[in-house]
Design a protein around this ligand. Sequence first.
Ligand SMILES: C[S@@+](CC[C@H](N)C(=O)[O-])C[C@H]1O[C@@H](n2cnc3c(N)ncnc32)[C@H](O)[C@@H]1O
Length: 205
Amino acid sequence: MVGVYEKQVLPRIINRVCGVGTLKPLRARVCAGLEGSVIEIGFGSGHNVPFYPAGVTSVAAVEPSDVGWKLAGRRVAASTVPITRSGLDGQSLPFDAGSHDAVLSTWTLCTVPDAAVALAEFRRVLKPGGKLHFLEHGLAPDERVRRWQRRLDPLQQRIAGGCHFTRPIVELVKAAGFTISELDVFYEPGPKVAGADSLGIAISP
Ligand SMILES: C[S@@+](CC[C@H](N)C(=O)[O-])C[C@H]1O[C@@H](n2cnc3c(N)ncnc32)[C@H](O)[C@@H]1O
């Protein structure tokens, strides 16, 4: 039953939740400035596709869910940028070291089982000076919200495919050796527990 929920039901819920119009301006912001060969981690059902700038030459989509990839079909077909499903796990990327210009990750580092391992992989596959564009929810700036995040985290992990509320995204990005060049920390409209976002660009050494 858990298998059916996670494989069939959850990707459809994610498609709906992640497809809401209020997120579009945030997607536009995180995709702005992407150039060249891009790897999108946790591609989901492709809600960032309409926001890829003209300078993007190719996108390698890394997504474990077959249903998510299928739900992306129309967006992938309509894209002027070639998009290829190229991997299943952000923690183990099938690309050579220093092979790509940018990595894009939106609301995914919360769910990848080990975010530090994934970030080390992003660094490995990026060219020197390559950019990580990230838009992630995580540990809130305020202690009152953090307390609720810690309380609700076990439930969230169970119902949302392993998603954590409590990951310190910016600290994880820095600990992986990236230099943050742009950063905005804010709450999305709605419950703060799930909407403590960090949007930024980090440069690989
Ligand atoms: C909340 S969804 C976000 C989807 C998409 N990035 C968006 O902005 O709409 C998290 C995504 O991460 C994917 N995911 C889970 N584990 C992953 C892993 N180890 N590597 C890459 N993606 C993963 C899920 O299948 C899901 O599509």
